[in-house]
Design a protein around this ligand. Structure first.
Ligand SMILES: [Zn+2]
Length: 191
């Protein structure tokens, strides 16, 4: 396998199996598969036989128009908040405590009644920055914005997209989300 190229990963992305590697910093193991716990750079330590995900160097800036990746932190009545992890097309990482706000009216082209129907805590989203001061505001209205990796509410396994919903084969469970049309097809690049 070719591992010399830098690989950036997002939370929940599979990075190896228990037969090949030990789960190191920034990873976790479930059922013999090793997954990334955070956004970061994937590294394999050939000596310790360890897979690790190293967090990005923190910087503190995003610009209006940037496409960002992050995870949903919290849902309130009219807003959701997300932790920004990465700016697309840039090697600028973001301090993990940089928070963006998504207003309920900016979630989707369609009217959103309940944020609970669109996002769940821990979902990985792709969003666009619409404002940076006094606070960072994002939108997921475009077709290619929204959830790019979603996790089952019950078992936390990654879900498959089936039409307008996400499906967990393990729990035989369907959940609604604002799904990006890039769902399951994103490979993070550093430049
Ligand atoms: Zn499940």
């Amino acid at each position: 396998m070719e591992e010399s190229k830098e690989r950036l990963v997002m939370p929940g992305e599979e990075v190896g199996t228990h037969e090949e590697w030990m789960p190191g910093e920034g990873t976790y193991e479930a059922n013999g598969i090793i997954y990334a716990k955070t956004f970061g750079r994937l590294e394999y330590d050939e000596e310790k036989l360890e897979a690790t995900v190293k967090a990005f160097n923190p910087v503190t800036e995003v610009k209006e128009g940037d496409i960002i990746y992050g995870t949903i932190r919290e849902r309130r009545k009219a807003i959701a908040t997300a932790d920004i992890a990465l700016v697309e097309g840039s090697s600028r990482g973001i301090a993990m405590d940089m928070e963006a706000t998504l207003h309920i009216s900016k979630i989707s082209d369609d009217y959103t009644e309940n944020i609970e129907d669109k996002y769940l805590k821990g979902d990985v989203i792709r969003a666009k920055v619409t404002q940076t001061t006094p606070s960072i505001q994002i939108t997921t209205m475009d077709k290619d914005l929204g959830v790019v990796r979603g996790y089952c509410f019950k078992c936390r396994r990654g879900m498959e997209r089936t039409g307008d919903t996400l499906f967990c084969g393990y729990c035989d469970r369907r959940e609604s989300r604002k799904i990006s049309n890039l769902y399951g097809r994103i490979t993070l690049k550093s430049k």
